[in-house]
Design a protein around this ligand. Sequence first.
Ligand SMILES: *Cc1c(COP(=O)(O)O)cnc(C)c1O
Length: 428
Amino acid sequence: MKIARSSSLFARARAVIPGGVNSPVRAFRSVGMEPLFIIRAQGSRIFDADGNEFIDYVGSWGPLILGHSHPRVVEAVQTAAQMGTSYGAPHEGEVELAEMICQAIPSIDMVRLVNSGTEAAMSAVRLARAFTRRDKIVKFAGCYHGHADSFLIQAGSGLLTGGVPTSPGVPEDLIANTIVCRYNDLDSVRTVFEQMGTEIAAVILEPMAGNMGLVLPDVEFLRGLRQLTASHGALLIFDEVITGFRVTYGGLQNLVEIEPDLTCLGKIIGGGLPVGAYGGRRDIMKMMAPEGPVYQAGTLSGNPLAVAAGIATLKVLKTGNIYDDMERKTSVLETRLRTVFEETGLRVTINRYGSMFSIFFTEEDVTDYESALTADTGMYARFFAGMLERGIYLPPSQFETCFVSAAHEDEDIERTAEAVRQVVEAMA
Ligand SMILES: *Cc1c(COP(=O)(O)O)cnc(C)c1O
């Protein structure tokens, strides 16, 4: 595989951008390589600066459920751009996207558009704190909610002794207000509520976790959280930035029939342009300025190009039988992968739901962060490098989710399975 052009671009990048990237995981550090610079993407494929072509399972980390450069999305953005790139004033597209979101997700009566998932989660927590007049939040190890200070905290030595920051620069005062529990472990949350239930503003989680690799929820765990928060006057926030419009036309909450008080969205609702959103109960959302006192704003929020891409994406998703088709393709891939790993005797754990999957290099079931961490990241790095060499672009980290898109064809799936066979045989 040629990498000369990517290497020289990366050298230029590192001189002017910290680490050469604008988001850390792109740097390929956890697989011990240098990143490829992409020049073009179409359907299931991405093409790099050296002329290499890959079947892409990253999909811009989730947004590109229709594949790259979907004609309807491209056309919507082009048309919108000719009408002006930003107004700083209301326009109809914002209303249309908000209506589509409210119709698709029953727990959302009102929604506010922002520019990223980070902003959505940060604003939802501010709103929850204002609504409950409490300061503490509960989150779960291995869940990601963007990079706002309150979320850059991991579990400390004990559940109730407070966490430790995952980044310098997070104020001490904030650390005490974030409590980190164990995913799929309702008892850990019950203990916290027994101790400090009257101080907790909200419990926030990915209702299906995609940021420690894919970890499926125990539905009883989700039901228990709904009940615990309600009985203690705390809000339940589902961060569906990945799962929103990925698992169905709506959120994971539609499938498990649990209504959170607030929901965070992003990724797919922007169709590959920068969009986030948070919404929920009318009485809570009405606290946002200018209707209420809680401040949150954005120069480019509801941007006409981004909103047009989002609307076009949701319209395509709503009409086809895209979810069934992605389920079928990904299930074929899963079956093929299981066969390959069984035949070579390499023990892995594959988690999958719909078009999302992760291959963990561990023999243990992966149900939370602790079990995810039993995965052998060195093995994943070898696997990743072998797949890349054979034209398959996987997430450059063991703890991320692979995404199949509507644009992946049966032949892509076959080629991927064959590449896995070759790589795994060479590894075993
Ligand atoms: C990606 C992601 C975010 C952050 O979104 P950005 O647009 O990257 O700021 C938040 N929550 C979840 C669950 C995500 O996957």
